[in-house]
Design a protein around this ligand. Structure first.
Ligand SMILES: CC(C)(COP(=O)(O)OP(=O)(O)OC[C@H]1O[C@@H](n2cnc3c(N)ncnc32)[C@H](O)[C@@H]1OP(=O)(O)O)[C@@H](O)C(=O)NCCC(=O)NCCS
Length: 187
């Protein structure tokens, strides 16, 4: 799958395979301490970011992947988003499940883009990939992210206490997604 193939489209965004042209924008995003505050805690150096970036160039073999999120207006790379395999404690992907993730550069926060992207990936996961359940983990304190996932129907399942940080575990299953979508449609 090449960088020109659009996997998913929303009103303002397209999602496609990451390409080498995205490298600078990705590294700038990863160098921002505000972006990294609740996802790793510290900014990534250019060298670290480049190392992390390379695997994302691998073509996706199925729809479970983190994609480049591109604003249609101006064709601008704004971050990464997608649903990717949900691994169990032994590192095995759990059949029928996926994890949701979204990372946007700060210039694009507060415009509803993560919500728009999240809704589209839930629909994609349940209706096109036929998943049973989608999960997401959020560091306690990341209130914008909590707001996003609650707005799109995720439910808090548990709080994992860590040595340095605690994490919310959110999930949504197909049944809840269908109900949530019907309620939103009827409003
Ligand atoms: C978290 C993130 C994805 C949100 O993206 P976004 O496009 O700004 O999100 P949206 O605009 O769709 O929605 C944000 C919601 O959170 C609210 N919000 C923003 N900051 C908040 C805060 N500090 N406390 C509570 N709510 C907050 C907004 O008001 C909005 O809710 P509303 O629509 O009811 O007004 C973005 O900030 C980001 O990429 N952060 C860095 C990476 C990261 O933490 N990713 C999540 C990993 S779990």
């Amino acid at each position: 799958m090449g960088g020109d193939e659009i996997i998913l489209e929303t009103e303002r965004l397209i999602f496609r395979q990451t390409t080498i042209e995205d490298l600078d924008a990705y590294c700038d995003m990863e160098a921002d301490p505000d972006v990294r505050r609740f996802v790793g805690g510290k900014p990534r150096s250019r060298e670290e970011a480049e190392k992390r970036f390379l695997p994302s160039l691998q073509p996706a073999t199925n729809g479970l992947h983190m994609w480049a999120a591109v604003l249609k207006r101006g064709n601008k790379y704004v971050g990464r988003c997608g649903i990717y395999p949900h691994f169990d404690g032994n590192g095995e992907p759990i059949p029928g499940e996926a994890s949701f993730g979204v990372y946007l550069a700060k210039a694009w926060w507060g415009m509803g883009l993560a919500t728009e992207a999240g809704r589209a990936f839930l629909k994609y996961g349940f209706e096109q990939l036929n998943l049973d359940r989608i999960v997401t983990m959020i560091q306690v304190g990341n209130d914008a992210s909590v707001r996003v996932v609650e707005k799109i129907g995720f439910e808090l399942m548990m709080i994992e206490k860590g040595e340095w940080r605690d994490f919310y575990h959110f999930a949504i299953n197909r049944h809840r997604f269908d109900n949530f979508t019907n309620i939103v449609k009827s409003l």
